[in-house]
Design a protein around this ligand. Structure first.
Ligand code: ME8
Length: 514
């Protein structure tokens, strides 16, 4: 049995109502960077993403295309999986709500909560927004009487339905949120949720009879289970809720549900009520990230401002896009995507700062020392300062990544990259190489540069996994990159003397701006 500490992280499961855009890729990239960091830090990570395939909207789309809903979702879900592969997303499982393993869990949970008396049959009268698959009360509608989220018209519906007694759990959920300041983050979202619950929670309608594309209520199959009850349950399915108690014990409660800000409410109120009804502990954290905005507007098909991540990856590669998304946007806030800003970052941070550092260092090692790493001896004040900076950067990386401070960590690592470039200018290895009496000094400088690049390679791995590995390979380090742990960079001196470095290969070509 592994002794590693478990870490269970999830993204939302995405609707296959259309192809994914760069905003979805943002959400999954954040989760991937955190998962990769946690693996580096020695955790036993389980990273889940997937697809949320039921509901009226999907049924209608499939009908419009003249195919069965499952044929429709199979095709789109394959495009999700392709995107995650191209973006190097390191998920450990991919859950589809149409899979048998998930259907079993949802139906069993329905049975258990029903048996307990927390699900009852009643009549639903309400206002329904089909695109958002959300029910609203009159006072929640916007000023035009439309859906407060998407501002499209809502429909009045009345039908027999099953209800989940959320009202019963409202006080307990509120107390939990108040007693656990870290449960909902950032704090602005937490305050919103507290205010929301204080207005009182209605029981939740969890079934529909007006469409078929859903998981049938086990004892009353003319009803299908309403999407959020189905969707949220996905988090329990792959970690063995029904079939692997040991695995379930290990990974539940989840350490982090990473979600967009508009679905924090479902994850921090409805989901806790369901878990309480099942006598399960609540997730440790629900983090609501901001939206990726294009020219000041949320991306949407109807606005025609959707940025296709596959086309971007084709043009620029996955790592620059990951870098841009994680660096430019502070996690809890909205951030702007712009192609010009992306190109600017590629040219300055990636091609210039990082690419040049690697290229210059390897070239000089080849030219001045035949590519061989010579053992360092003694140190100058400039060397000391560089090493102190390296140690401080590694410490910052370890601490701030734990706190999900992705953007500030990247900035800190880039400050170290600039600092290392400056060290080349300060020490002038080309001048040292001309003076045979300063051979050791030169050896020290080359050593410090190569060792700095070793640390940099590991610290950029959560953000730019391919680039990190390419640097590692060009350095020709003997340790397998996949085995590298945070502990390996907490000590200076991991580059072994006697090593022969590889030939420099360009990491990022500069993009010519027309
Ligand atoms: O909400 N910027 O699915 P979804 C950042 N199926 N994030 C964005 C974004 C943008 N422009 N646009 C969308 C659902 N997202 C449900 C989830 S979970 C049990 C069920 C994010 O495909 C959005 O904030 O509509 C959300 O977190 C995620 O994409 C999925 O959106």
């Amino acid at each position: 049995m592994s002794e590693k500490k478990p870490f269970y992280i999830t993204t939302p499961i995405y609707y296959p109502s259309a192809k994914l855009h760069i905003g979805h890729a943002y959400c999954t990239t954040i989760a991937d960077a955190i998962a990769r960091f946690k693996r580096l830090a020695g955790y036993d990570v389980f990273f889940l993403t997937g697809s949320d395939e039921h509901g009226l909207k999907i049924e209608q789309k499939a009908e419009a295309e003249g195919v069965k809903p499952i044929e429709y979702t199979d095709k789109i879900v394959a495009s999700f999986q392709n995107l995650w592969r191209l973006l190097n997303i390191s998920n450990d499982d991919f859950i589809r709500t149409t899979q048998e393993r998930h259907i079993k869990v949802v139906q069993e949970i329905f049975r258990r909560i029903y048996a307990k008396g927390d699900i009852y049959k009643g009549e639903y009268k309400g206002l329904y927004c089909t695109p958002c698959e959300s029910y609203w009360t009159e006072h929640q509608l916007d000023e035009n009487g439309c859906c407060p989220d998407c501002h499209r018209p809502v429909q009045e519906v009345a039908e027999e339905a099953y209800f989940f007694k959320m009202s019963k759990y409202a006080d307990r959920v509120l107390a939990y949120i108040e007693e656990h300041p870290d449960f909902i983050q950032p704090v602005s979202r937490r305050n919103e949720m507290i205010n929301f619950i204080k207005q009182g929670l209605d029981d939740l309608c969890i079934s529909r009879t007006s469409f078929d594309w859903g998981i049938p209520v086990p004892t009353d199959p003319k009803h299908v289970i309403y999407v959020w009850f189905d969707a949220l349950t996905n988090y329990l399915t792959p970690i063995g809720y029904l079939d692997d108690p040991e695995k379930f014990q290990k990974y539940w409660p989840a350490d982090l549900h990473l979600v967009g800000k508009e679905i924090v409410r479902f994850h921090s109120i409805i989901w806790p009520c369901i878990l309480m009804a099942l006598d399960l502990p609540l997730p440790k954290k629900v983090y609501g990230h901001g939206w990726l905005i294009v020219d000041g507007d949320k991306m949407s098909k109807s606005k025609g401002n959707v940025v296709d991540p596959i086309a971007l990856i084709d043009e620029f590669g996955a790592d620059p896009i990951r870098y841009f998304l994680l660096r430019e946007i502070n996690l809890g806030q909205d951030g702007n995507f712009s192609r010009d800003a992306l190109i600017q970052r590629i040219n300055s941070d990636l091609a210039n700062d990082l690419g040049n550092l690697l290229h210059r260092t390897l070239n000089m090692t080849l030219k001045f020392q035949g590519g061989e790493v010579l053992a360092p001896q003694g140190e100058s004040d400039v060397d000391k300062a560089l090493k102190a900076d390296a140690a401080e950067t590694v410490r910052y990386f370890a601490e701030n990544m734990e706190q999900m401070e992705l953007s500030s960590t990247i900035k800190k690592v880039w400050a170290f990259i600039s600092r290392t470039n400056k060290y080349i200018d300060e020490t002038q290895p080309w001048a040292l190489a001309k003076d045979p009496a300063r051979k050791q000094e030169l050896a020290n400088v080359m050593y410090n540069l190569l060792e700095s690049l070793r640390l940099i390679s590991v610290m950029i791995a959560p953000f730019m996994p391919q680039t990190a590995e390419r640097i590692w390979q060009q350095l020709n380090l003997p340790q397998a990159f996949a085995d590298v742990q945070l502990a390996d960079i907490e000590q200076w001196g991991g580059v072994p003397a006697g090593l022969h470095v590889g030939k420099p290969e360009q990491l990022f070509p500069r993009i010519e701006v027309k």
